[in-house]
Design a protein around this ligand. Structure first.
Ligand SMILES: *Cc1c(COP(=O)(O)O)cnc(C)c1O
Length: 497
């Protein structure tokens, strides 16, 4: 029996895992969710001896049941190979009593690589299984990291094209350089005058534009998404929490069965939702700590039960978390409402109409595993300095948000339960902010000089992803108004038709 997937906004019309991955978003605008969360069928003790790839298979086979063993194992082998600069794939690094789960050893040095290394394989396999003969067009909005990770994953993959929209003034210099130097004849990178929410809303509108969909189908294309709304992003992200648990058991920090807490620097709510799924599979996780930067819409939500995006959008030094509409929260809302699509759909209608909604007390109870915290810019920079001074370990700005929240707010009350901090980016990706936090004298240095300074300071080798862009030519220089996204997509696709 296959595990089927439902839309969060509609009771009817189930699809298989591979169909959900192909479609990305459900036709009614909802997100695909599994009809139930499967239980982990290996004991916590045996996790200690499993490699990352073995753990990936053990987790993903439970969710992606219409893939054959061979298909899934092939996808995993191709994804988690020497694109990662460490055999372990995700090392768990202890510093100052906290455990940093380094999710940034892939091709683009951010945690998005964990899922986007495998998504292209899952998707092209899904296309074959479902006899989809149209060319797949990946449409993606990025707050900086998804874009490059998706481009790297899909570049020159036969049968696919990829279009990435990013906020022109809302990403770090390294993030922008990584994207605009992307090679591959099937890639297109476009800056928009607007913020991430504008880009994400624009992409969602393109998905639900029936006329555009039909026009492109006639021309031989079908849309899909590489954003974390795609269930093919979420499932691979569950793996590293299960793997982290195995490491804590292996190194004797906990006994099999004892709990760990998880702290996640959050934007679109995809990463922490994967931890929630891991917990519901039976992995012994205690608290799920959701850390926000100054765009603390999620903190306020967990505090009050009211989600309210009507506020100023703040550009911070952790741009991948500068988000006011956290798409994946919809999946949690749906589960908290007892998998009630009507209830969820009405809250989402309120969100798009008024920018706010409030959940019931009962729903809040169902979300009580989550705690929220936030970190101001000052506090984030102070945390980078503290950890560097005390442990000679350099955090990136996003990881520092989570580390700061845990250290200041939660560590006192957590007893002996270890905290696993999701380390979502290499400090090299945000060298300017990281180095200025450590010492103001770095403020006026040029980007690559800062990278060399960071290398001297941390002793960590400069990642390939950085060396690659040092002298790379700019290949994408289109910048448009946010209302012109549809026309831009058509231009890219229809040019040679
Ligand atoms: C995307 C991203 C986040 C936020 O993750 P979500 O799954 O969107 O909550 C945090 N840190 C970094 C470095 C990221 O790239």
């Amino acid at each position: 029996m296959n595990l089927m997937y439902n839309s969060t906004r509609n009771k009817s019309g189930q699809v298989t895992a591979s169909q959900a991955i192909l479609k990305g978003l459900a036709e009614d605008g909802g997100l695909f969710v599994p009809e139930r969360i499967p239980a982990l069928d290996i004991s916590p003790a045996s996790l200690a001896d499993m490699s990352y790839q073995e753990t990936a298979y053990a987790v993903m086979k439970l969710f992606l049941t219409d893939y054959t063993e061979e298909e899934l194992k092939t996808c995993i082998q191709k994804a988690y190979d020497d694109k990662f600069d460490t055999k372990e794939i995700v090392p768990l690094r202890e510093a100052g009593g906290m455990y940093y789960l380094e999710l940034f050893h892939g091709a683009t040095i951010a945690f998005k690589d964990m899922a986007l290394s495998i998504l292209p394989y899952l998707m092209t396999t899904a296309a074959k299984k479902n006899h989809e003969d149209h060319e797949i067009v990946i449409l993606t909005a990025t707050s900086g990291d998804t874009g490059k990770a998706a481009l790297a994953g899909f570049a020159d993959v036969p049968g696919t094209r990829i279009v990435v929209f990013y906020p022109k003034n809302g990403v770090s210099p390294v993030q922008e350089k990584q994207m605009v130097t992307q090679k591959g004849s099937n890639t297109c990178v476009i800056g928009i005058h607007g913020n991430f929410d504008d880009a994400q809303t624009g992409v969602k509108q393109l998905f639900s534009d029936k006329e555009l969909g039909e026009e492109l189908r006639r021309a031989g294309f079908c849309f899909s998404s590489a954003n974390s709304i795609n269930i093919g992003r979420l499932v691979p992200q569950i793996v590293y929490y299960v793997y982290a648990y195995g490491r804590l058991v292996k190194n004797g920090r906990i006994q099999a069965g004892e709990q760990m807490n998880v702290v996640v620097p959050t934007g679109n709510f995809g990463n922490i939702l994967a931890a929630f799924y891991a917990k519901n599979m039976g992995l012994p996780i205690g608290k799920l700590i959701c850390a926000s930067n100054e765009n603390k819409v999620l903190y306020d939500f967990f505090q009050t039960g009211a989600y309210d995006r009507n506020r100023d959008f703040i550009l911070t030094s952790s741009p991948s978390m500068d988000i006011l509409i956290s798409s994946n929260l919809e999946r949690l809302i749906y589960h908290a409402a007892g998998n009630d699509a009507d209830k969820n759909a009405s809250l989402m209608r309120e969100l798009s109409k008024t920018g706010r909604y409030t959940v019931t007390e009962e729903m809040r109870m169902a979300m009580s595993d989550f705690s929220g915290g936030f970190s101001t810019e000052e506090q984030t920079f102070a945390e980078i300095r503290r950890v560097n001074e005390e442990s000679s370990y350099v955090l990136d700005t996003h990881t520092a948000v989570a580390s700061s929240v845990y250290y200041r707010v939660f560590s006192k009350d957590c007893g002996d339960v270890p905290a696993v901090i999701a380390s979502t980016a290499s400090p090299y990706k945000f060298a300017r902010s990281v180095m200025s936090a450590i010492d103001p004298k770095y403020k006026d240095m040029e980007d690559f000089a800062l990278i060399d300074e960071l290398h001297t300071l941390s002793g960590v080798p400069i990642p390939r992803a950085i060396e690659e862009i040092r002298n790379a030519p700019v290949l994408h220089d289109i910048v448009i108004e946010k209302d012109d996204m549809k026309a831009a997509v058509k231009r890219f696709l229809m040019n040679d038709k």
